[in-house]
Design a protein around this ligand. Structure first.
Ligand code: DX5
Ligand code: ZN
Length: 221
């Protein structure tokens, strides 16, 4: 089953509550929350205060994507703010196993994200701790970039690693997802599709969520 995860990075921040409700009513399963610190990525977005404010307005699964240095020191704060899944970058954590322990010990789901240049082999020995692998299909930091095609064989390789570990981890793809790229990533094995600009820059975000889901599902039926 395909899940759609709208990223509010491209939403209209002056009416964020309404925008979240639109995609929730359209059936999007995850709300993707991009946290950027201006160090790990060259952009600054928002922090736990905004996550906590939205938590009071939405029942969606809060999928927090940490693009920050030293993720360990913020994990408790994002869990308190309402995160259901916390995804950290393999490149930002010196002791990734410990970071995952911190998340799992709090009883929520843990994801690992890989930048476009990062080989998936680093996942092998931590697979039992991972609920989700996030494949960055653009360089992290900004919405609206073009999908990197080399992500497709990478998704297939990650699917093999997940299968050989007998894991149920989901594969999430983030960056440049549109009705054109959605079927390609779904055919490669991704089941959770993040979409920022394709949803919130559309004149009808609810329709965009449904179209992305339909496009992805058409590739796996
Ligand atoms: C980029 C973020 C993405 C971003 C995707 O670093 O992680 O979640 O919002 O935006 P689009 O879908 O426009 O590529
Ligand atoms: Zn993201």
């Amino acid at each position: 089953m395909i899940k759609v995860a709208p990223s509010i990075l491209s939403a209209d921040f002056t009416r964020l509550g309404e925008q979240v409700k639109l995609v929730e009513d359209a059936g999007a399963e995850y709300l993707h929350l991009d946290i950027m610190d201006g160090h790990f990525v060259p952009n600054i977005s928002f922090g736990p205060g905004l996550v906590s404010a939205l938590r009071k307005k939405s029942e969606m699964i809060f999928d927090v994507h940490l693009m920050i240095e030293n993720p360990d020191i913020y994990i408790a704060e994002f869990i308190a703010a309402g995160a259901d899944i916390i995804t950290v970058h393999a490149e930002s954590s010196r002791h990734l196993h410990r970071t995952l322990q911190l998340i799992k010990n709090k009883g929520i789901k843990a994801g690992v994200s890989l930048n476009p240049h990062t080989s998936p082999e680093c996942l092998e020995y931590i697979m039992p701790m991972i609920d989700l692998v996030l494949v960055m299909s653009v360089n992290p930091g900004f919405g609206g970039q073009d999908f990197i095609m080399e992500s497709l064989p990478k998704i297939k390789r990650i699917k093999q690693i997940i299968n050989s570990a007998s894991s149920n981890a989901e594969i999430q793809v983030d960056g440049g997802i549109t009705i054109i790229t959605a079927p390609l990533v779904a055919a490669a094995g991704a089941t959770v599709l993040v979409a920022g600009s394709a949803v919130f820059n559309s004149s009808d975000p609810a329709l965009a969520v449904k179209q992305i889901r339909r496009a992805a599902e058409s590739a796996i039926k």
